[in-house]
Write a protein that binds this ligand. Sequence first.
Ligand code: PLP
Length: 400
Amino acid sequence: MSQRDQLCQVRLEKLGAYPFERLKLLFSGHSPRSGLVPIDAGAGEPRLPLPSFVADTLSTHVSGFSKYPSTVGSIELRQAIADWLQRRYGLQHVDAATQVLAANGTREALFAVAHALINPEADKKPYVLMPNPMYQIYLGAALTAGGEAVFLPCTEASGFAPDLDAVPESVWANTALIYVCSPSNPTGWIADSDYFTHLLALADKYDFYIVSDECYSEIYWQDKPVGLLEVAALSGREGFSRCLVMNSLSKRSALPGMRSGLIAGDADLIARFTKLRSYTGPATPLPLQAVARAAWSDETHVQQHLKVYRNSLKAFFDIYGADGITIPPGSFFVWLPVEHDENFAVAAYEQQAVTVLPGSYLAAEDADGMNPGKGYIRAALVDGPECAAELAHRLRSVRI
Ligand SMILES: Cc1ncc(COP(=O)(O)O)c(C=O)c1O
């Protein structure tokens, strides 16, 4: 291996293998029990019927495939997004031209945003704070953008909230960016207004940016989750300063294959991000932008999906039982304590033909060597109530 190969490899090695790659490795040499229909509760992929408007809208706009789309998204799509944000969060005004961007799936936007907002040439590596366990993209983004990841443990003791008060002043002082995820993947925790208000005050005091990943905002069990922009506006903040939110049609509209989401907030940050994106060019094809517009403008399908998710959660816990378990207030995941997460995942696969993710794969070891995902598994309730009930039966039968 040449010196150059080695240098490149060292940089990428910091990333580690993605959780699904690790799962593949964990399952190699193991076979699911035959005679059972496999249940894949590993991936967070909604599996609901396509909303009725998708096919017609696509065929009406199919000629758009012959044109290059702009990276920022058509003004019609950005207006539909701005209108949705106003309706959903009671915002007075969101400016489609300067405060909204289309994303080609939020995953890429969550990754790229760190590259736009932090400066790796600073004297000291800027800190990028994130929940732990977390959606792994935050970690990849922090590391490749030249930041230093700082993990905020989300444990039963903290109610699965990333505890802001446990962060030392010396860390805040060097923080450039914090990722928040509400409702959270994988724990289902939801930030309330007080949480966001506290975070906004810290952002002002210590001069950092907040990226709020709200992809599961439309999947909740009681009250609609508040959003960062909503709390920013209610507290009288001008122009959502320091704030960006991301949301996705993958979860809201069960369209994960469409790769479409939104970025919204502070116009200065949007302008900076737009500049980076004009080079990386993650544009959404025009016919898909037309479908996205229709999706952000329709609530009927979202309410139908919500009903299915709620019935699935109920069906699951009716059978699995909820003793010693926090029923997640949001998202379609259940986060279940088990004795040994990797062993449990292998046993579930071998004995019950069920795929779940070991919680430790979704978290990072902190400086004390503690992994707060250890001892949990994540299962996605994405196939409807009947399957959720069957999943509960099978998980209860797993023996390790
Ligand atoms: C917390 C969270 N954020 C963002 C995403 C990315 O969604 P998409 O790229 O499909 O918009 C996911 C997908 O699983 C997620 O779980």
